[in-house]
Design a protein around this ligand. Structure first.
Ligand code: HSE
Length: 402
């Protein structure tokens, strides 16, 4: 099988290593590797295969185009060109799948070639294939997951080693976990895109990532970590979705998770995806969610599927866009932190509106309360009352999930 690779960064280098490590087992020939600037790759293997001209890739009789540039442009154009030319595509590009998955899957069907994207969700964890193939005998009604290695790494380092947010982010970048623009990671876009891909496949309905409730980790600070420890919890950026009565509810947000929960055991760049199927019950997939070789392993597995002619249909992307609710109407608890506030007045409102509450801190210049309510709506309503009455300037809210 002759392949052309677009991009020779972290994932591209990982794929090349995995191909080489398995050379004796499978015959995959790297024909061309597209890069922006050859001089940046002088010390890498396959320097003789590098090109800066996309036509060199397409004019070399390739069977598969492996897109590892990331982002929407020019990846979209190159992938469309490949599919229209009846060349199979393997990609790790979650941005592209989340935004243009519908038209790309349609185009691949029309041209009778595959587009495969195992590495786009969960890094090295084989999760899309089990979802598409092994769990076909299930209706899946919920997913909860840690889907971004960079933010999980940052939150773990802040919690376990008291590292600052900035230092932890720098380490994640050096280790090759973060996106070229880490805003995608820390603002939660990356996890939202991955959750939309998972949910689309799991619920057989197109879930568009911009319809999700989204909150990143940029407001999490050392004090949040202290409160989390006090509560016997950790803080994780969690993606959750549920399918009920033809409606999806979905969110990506930082939350408190109890130390006994399975999510709390997944630290650093590791990811976890927990799905609930009506036949199989709860199922968890855990592994490295980012990094060179782990992601290379997932890309490689897609290549083997194409080589061995194993392809399952993924028509859920072509379905119409399903309605998405941003809030799940469950009983919930939340940590509320009020700054510059009138403490007694706020406690009075909380007492009136909430089922129950515990004060964690009212000594410093802030008031921290854990509240327990019938739903997040109830919490939001009481926060509206507090703000309307001018009892505080700002409030941070962190839900606890069980
Ligand atoms: N930046 C991504 C992450 C890479 O940190 O999870 C893997 O998709």
């Amino acid at each position: 099988m002759r392949i052309g690779i677009l991009g020779y960064g972290t994932v591209g280098s990982g794929l090349v290593d995995v191909i080489d490590n398995n050379k004796s087992k499978r015959d995959i020939e790297i024909v061309k590797i597209l890069v922006k600037d050859k001089s940046k790759h002088k010390d890498k293997k396959y320097f003789d295969k590098l090109t800066t001209n996309i036509d060199d890739v397409f004019n070399n009789n390739i069977d598969v185009l492996v897109e590892l540039i990331g982002g929407l442009n020019p990846s979209l154009e190159y992938i469309k060109r490949a599919l229209s030319s009846k060349i199979h595509v393997v990609t790790a590009n979650k941005d592209l799948l989340a935004e243009h998955g519908n038209e790309l899957v349609e185009l691949s069907n029309k041209n009778n070639v595959n587009i495969k994207f195992e590495a786009s969700v969960g890094g090295g964890i084989p999760v899309l294939k089990p979802l598409i193939e092994s769990l076909e005998g299930n209706s899946i009604d919920s997913i909860y997951a840690i889907l971004n290695g960079t933010t999980n790494f940052i939150l773990s380092k802040m919690y376990n080693e008291s590292l600052s947010y900035d230092d932890a982010l720098k380490q994640a970048q050096i280790l090759g976990f973060a996106e070229a623009n880490p805003d995608s990671d820390v603002l939660g876009y990356d996890a939202a895109r991955k959750l939309s891909i998972l949910s689309t496949l799991a619920y057989n309905n197109r879930v568009y990532w911009k319809d999700l409730y989204l909150e990143g980790i940029t407001d999490i600070d050392a004090k949040d970590m202290e409160y989390a420890k006090q509560l016997n919890c950790k803080i994780k950026l969690v993606g959750q979705s549920r399918y009920e009565d033809d409606v999806v509810s979905a969110s990506v947000r930082p939350v408190l998770v109890g130390n006994e929960s399975i999510l709390a055991m997944v630290d650093n760049e590791f990811n976890i995806v927990v799905v609930n199927g009506d036949s199989v019950g709860e199922l968890s997939f855990v592994g490295k969610g980012a990094g060179k070789l782990a992601t290379g392993s997932a890309v490689y597995s897609d290549l083997l599927d194409i080589l061995d002619n194993r392809s399952a249909s993924i028509n859920s992307f072509t379905k119409s866009r399903v309605k998405v609710n941003k809030i799940v109407k469950n009983k919930c608890s939340a940590l509320l932190r009020f700054k510059d506030c009138q403490k007694d007045e706020i406690i009075h409102v909380i007492k009136e509106c909430m089922q129950n509450y515990d004060i964690l801190n009212d000594d410093d210049d802030e008031l921290a309360i854990m509240v327990h309510a019938n739903s997040e709506y109830e919490i939001n309503n009481s926060l509206c009352v507090i703000k309307d009455k001018g009892y505080c300037v700002g409030v941070n809210k962190l839900l606890k999930i069980s």
